[in-house]
Design a protein around this ligand. Structure first.
Ligand code: UD1
Ligand code: CA
Length: 459
């Protein structure tokens, strides 16, 4: 928060009663996701980061799913239902009870506009603190069709005119209304209540707040944001555009924070990914929710991580897959075609090739050979495998859980281990090898002879 906002209380009203018909989805629009978080979740996170002390979310009728998302993201948020969809001002008024609590600043945000930066809301609050009771966010639209226009005279914001109500002259204005607004709390209800049924479709437009404030002798100001920040999501093409913008920003932030991305445009982050310094991320890596990567780690190409912790100087991939609960300690190595789920891989331990480690713990410096599988599931329950520090599991072994391989123990290659192996012991659990001298030669000769006889009888 800037100096000027300190001490000012703030209510954010998030409008989320959208129909979202253009998404052509069973899901309400505001529950569609960008970087693994709902559009609504983004709006809630942004206003919270902008210093909102209280958040009110206005949802449509019969939307327990949207209400549940609010509760999950911010339990303290209040949910209001807009029973009839009668425009953005009508929607804000659905939160009248919250407005009556009396805040210095009231922010109005749209749940379908997920890319607004907290700094932008803070700038709008600064405008209120500087003495303007209404602050509106504008942007230069590449194509202004459909947007409300910000009409100014002599540098003073006079009104916002909706596209369908706009004159030819007003339609030539490129500065458009982003929709977001900041109102001084002590004027907010008076302004909202005064907004008449002025729009073309018999709705109560929040945008009329500017003209109403002007009529009440109150000043309104317009702030400017890049179009990329205020782009709304109305269909899935715009959803993908919002995702692309989010990823573009996050890649830049990660690189500025000291990570190297060889091909940034091929790396995809979740909204909550944490990447340390001197991390190297090779091309084509996807981060699902809940991943942190500590300093100096390397994520090789084509890896997929989700709900995982990668320790300092650890490495993953190429083609590594970390699923929820994977936890790699310092310098642990998870190599190619290895899947790790709900398992700790100890310091310096190596799981280098073609392996599944699930519901397990692997001790420090242990070495897990290629093709090792923890058999953790019997179709009903999951069981744990414990591998001690410094253990050596030979290639192509199946460890049938629950089972413990003691510290420093060896497991012979190709074993199916069903009983615990003592520390420093050896388990070999496979068919014993037999050798028969000359067997192959004899076999070849008799087989060859048979084949020739069959060929002759066919002639
Ligand atoms: C709105 C602005 C327009 C601006 C544009 C930018 C108004 C009247 N118009 O138009 O000036 O250029 O955004 O994208 O504000 N909502 C409700 N209840 C309602 C109506 C809307 O909750 O009764 C919510 C919607 O879910 C959405 C937001 O308010 O999150 C904006 O409504 P929408 O209908 O998308 O407005 P636009 O036509 O895009
Ligand atoms: Ca919209």
């Amino acid at each position: 928060m800037t100096e000027m906002q300190s001490g000012r209380s703030c209510l954010a009203v998030i409008l989320a009663a959208g129909e979202g018909t253009r998404m052509k989805s069973q899901r309400p629009k505001v529950l569609h996701e960008v970087a693994g978080r709902s559009l609504l979740g983004h709006a809630i996170a942004t206003v919270t980061a902008a210093g909102a002390d209280a958040v009110a979310v206005v949802i449509g009728p019969d939307r327990p799913d949207v209400a549940a998302e609010v509760a999950a993201r911010l339990p303290s948020a209040r949910v209001f239902v807009q029973t009839e969809r009668r425009g953005t001002a009508h929607a804000v008024l659905a939160a009248r009870e919250a407005l009556l609590d009396g805040y210095d600043d009231v922010l109005v945000a749209f749940a379908d506009t997920p890319l607004v930066r907290p700094e932008t809301f803070q700038a709008m609050r600064s405008a209120l603190a500087a003495g303007a009771p209404v602050a509106v966010l504008g942007f230069e639209a590449a194509d202004p069709t459909g947007y409300g226009r910000l009409v100014s005279r002599d540098g003073v914001l006079e009104a916002i005119v909706e596209h369908e109500d706009a004159s030819e002259a007003d339609r030539a204005i490129r500065l458009c209304n982003a929709g977001l607004m900041a109102l001084e709390g002590r004027h907010a209800l008076a302004i909202l209540d005064a907004i008449g049924n002025a729009g073309a479709q018999g709705e109560y437009y929040l945008t009329d707040a500017v003209a109403v404030a002007r009529a009440q002798g109150l000043k309104a100001v317009a702030l400017d944001a890049p179009e990329s920040e205020v782009q709304g999501v109305n269909d899935r093409v715009q959803l993908a555009a919002a995702e692309a913008e989010f990823q573009r920003r996050r890649r830049i932030a990660v690189m500025r924070d000291g990570a190297t991305l060889i091909a940034p445009e091929t790396v995809f982050f979740s909204h909550d990914t944490i990447i340390g310094r001197d991390v190297l991320i090779e091309p084509n890596v996807v981060f699902g929710a809940g991943v942190s990567v500590a300093d100096g780690a390397v994520i090789h190409a084509f890896s997929h991580l989700e709900g995982a912790e990668v320790g300092p100087q650890a490495s993953v991939g190429p083609y590594g897959r970390l699923r929820p609960g994977a936890k790699l300690a310092r310098k642990a190595k998870v190599g190619n075609f290895v899947e790790v789920k709900a398992a700790e891989i100890g310091e310096g331990a190596k799981v280098s090739h073609l392996t599944y480690i699930g519901d397990a713990s692997v001790g420090a410096q242990a070495n897990i050979g290629a093709g090792t599988i923890t058999c953790n599931y019997d179709g009903f329950f999951k069981y744990r495998t414990t591998i001690g520090a410094g253990a050596f599991v030979g290639s192509n072994s199946s460890l049938v859980a629950p089972v413990t391989i003691g510290e420093g123990a060896y497991v012979g290659s190709g074993s199916v281990v069903t009983r615990d192996v003592p520390a420093d012991g050896l388990a070999i659990a496979r068919g014993r090898q037999v050798e028969r001298e000359g067997w192959a030669k004899t076999f070849r000769e008799s087989a060859m002879a048979r084949k020739q006889n069959t060929a002759k009888s066919k002639d």
